[in-house]
Design a protein around this ligand. Structure first.
Ligand code: THU
Length: 161
């Protein structure tokens, strides 16, 4: 028997002001994108912003549905928009923010399990990691160098072939 371990480190910044300029700007765009959310059921508005390898920045937000499982998270809306608008152009950096039904948020959220799966496939497809910047409207910000760190022992296309 052999014991293995998975560990990763991430950066914690006291606030968005302490981030490098580009990451701070992208987090602000993610915060703004929460206004474009369609979340009449959960009233939980998520915004995401991505910088692509060609320098373009795109945003996404969660889009809910009366048939609840048909709703989409901001991260997957954004990944699909990026792949549709700029096919073959890698996503390098993604910021994610949110506001609760009181319009506030004070700490980071991290992507749900399905979005972790989608992010990891996107990394594999593009062949580069997606750096994540996670923060509320206020409070600390986490920076994770690869989205796939959040999904150890992932199920991937390698198993399907
Ligand atoms: N949601 C996201 O958009 N991203 C996440 O990472 C977590 C959850 C959305 C889904 C749903 O519309 C609402 O937030 C509440 O779960």
């Amino acid at each position: 028997m052999e014991k293995k371990e998975f560990a990763f480190s991430y950066e914690v910044y006291p606030s968005a002001h302490d981030l490098p300029a580009e990451e701070s700007a992208l987090l602000h765009q993610a915060r703004s994108a929460t206004a474009l959310s369609y979340a009449p059921y959960s009233r939980f508005r998520v915004g995401a912003a991505a910088r692509l390898r060609n320098g373009e920045v795109l945003t996404g937000s969660n889009q809910e549905n009366a048939s609840f499982p048909a709703g989409l998270c901001a991260e997957r809306v954004l990944l699909a928009a990026a792949a549709s608008r700029y096919p073959g152009v890698a996503v390098e950096l993604m910021a994610i923010s949110y506001r609760n039904e009181n319009g506030a948020s004070q700490w980071p959220i991290s992507p749900c399990g399905i979005c972790r799966q989608a992010l990891q496939e996107n990394e594999q497809r593009d062949g580069i990691p997606i750096r994540l910047v996670l923060g509320g409207l206020e409070g600390p910000v986490y920076v994770i160098e690869a989205a796939s760190h959040l999904l150890p022992l992932a199920f991937t296309s390698r198993e399907l072939i």
